[in-house]
Design a protein around this ligand. Structure first.
Ligand code: F6R
Length: 378
């Protein structure tokens, strides 16, 4: 039941800190001794996988595809494994040429998405009569360990998100991100692509997330609800982010369009000037994620390009960031966090923004038109 929340979506947004705690509980091994070559993560994956895999391809749809893009960033930048992300609906009819020692990950909250299941089945079949190193190595990431996806693959990571009723994926997305943090750390620890000190730092950061998420929910929701009132009649939004924040910009745009029916697009911040900037004027707000880190200054200067076109600029930035405060018209702050872990925090204000705009428009937030919780047809 909704436990006093107006919609399941809002309840599920509030359940996210608990989901992160449940994932940490499930995936972190107690008593890790910080020894090089040993892993603090326990996903139950066979150890050959960590030594054999040379490339990863991920197939997914919708929000799961966004989680996969964050996964790609982590797997490439921290574990050093070349990783490609495919829309399952495209992959199944135009798969890339075969490569050896390739791990194929299917990620699906419901575990029932027809295209994702078909892409994995096709991958299995096209490799069936090949030499061992060309054989399919399949892994599923799902919130439904009893689903068809789990039956199809030899290994799954159960994302521990708990049942999600709102059609718009929220807590299941955060749970998927946690699965990718842990999978990446598992690879990085086994392959020693990160030092034990770096791994400890990430683990420490992951453990702080639930309290930071609670802080955002407690301190921001009222403000975002208020802010949402001014966008009830807005017809277009642009979301931008760079690096690991780019998929979060895509996710922010998808949340908004699917429940509020406002046209929204997500772009890498650096792409604004290659076309979408032509859309900008005072009627089109731009939401920009700009967290201190590798591409921070670049993200700020891209935001300024939008400001010069009179767009209202909404920044998802670090709390008390004075540089950002000078650029953005409105700020949705998140507590200080390592850029690599920031997606778990920055997505929350975007979920709340989409939720409150849709709720204010009087829409059926939990059951948006034309959408279903699992898409079991092609
Ligand atoms: C967005 C949303 C959809 C799903 C997509 C894939 O909020 O819910 O985009 O993410 O249909 O679904 P799963 O993850 O069940 O394969």
């Amino acid at each position: 039941e909704k436990q006093g929340f107006r919609h399941f979506m809002l309840k599920e947004i509030y359940e996210q800190p608990g989901v992160v705690r449940a994932c940490l509980e499930a995936y972190l091994s107690s008593g890790w001794q910080s020894e090089a070559g040993t892993s603090p993560i326990n996903l139950g994956l066979p150890s050959e996988l960590f030594s054999e895999v040379q490339q990863i391809q991920i197939v997914a749809c919708g929000t799961s595809w966004h989680a996969a893009l964050v996964g790609k960033y982590l797997l490439e930048q921290l574990a050093g494994i070349p990783t490609n992300v495919h829309y399952a609906s495209e992959f199944r009819y135009a798969p890339p040429p075969l490569t050896p020692n390739t791990l194929t990950i299917g990620i699906s909250q419901s575990g029932e998405t027809a295209d994702t299941l078909a892409a994995l089945t096709m991958e299995q079949q096209r490799r069936a009569d090949k030499e061992p190193r060309w054989q399919a190595r399949l892994l599923g990431i799902t919130n439904r360990p009893e689903s068809s996806l789990a039956q199809l693959v030899p290994h799954i990571i159960d994302t521990h998100g708990g049942i999600e009723i709102g059609v718009a994926a929220t807590k299941s997305f955060v749970a998927q991100l946690m699965a990718f943090y842990c999978l990446t750390l598992d690879f990085a620890a086994h392959r020693q692509s990160l030092s034990t000190t770096e791994i400890e730092k990430m683990l420490g950061g992951l453990q702080q997330l639930p309290a930071q998420m609670e802080l955002i929910l407690e301190s921001q929701e009222r403000y975002i609800e208020e802010l949402a009132h001014s966008y009830v009649d807005t017809t277009d939004f642009i979301f931008v982010g760079r690096g690991i924040s780019f998929p979060i910009a895509l996710e922010g745009a998808l949340k908004l369009k699917e429940i509020s029916y406002i046209h929204a697009e997500g772009y890498p911040s650096g792409e604004l000037k290659h076309g979408p900037i032509a859309l900008l004027d005072a009627k089109v707000p731009v939401v920009s994620i700009a967290i201190p880190g590798k591409v921070y200054e670049k993200a700020l200067s891209n935001a300024q390009e939008a400001k010069a076109r009179d767009s209202e600029l909404i920044g998802v930035t670090q709390l008390n960031d004075e540089e950002a405060a000078e650029i953005f018209d409105k700020i949705l702050p998140v507590p200080p966090v390592d850029e690599l872990l920031s997606p778990i925090l920055t997505v929350i204000p975007l979920q709340l923004l989409a939720y409150h705009i849709a709720a204010r428009r009087g829409l059926d937030v939990d059951q948006p038109r034309n959408l279903a919780k699992s898409v079991t047809v092609e």
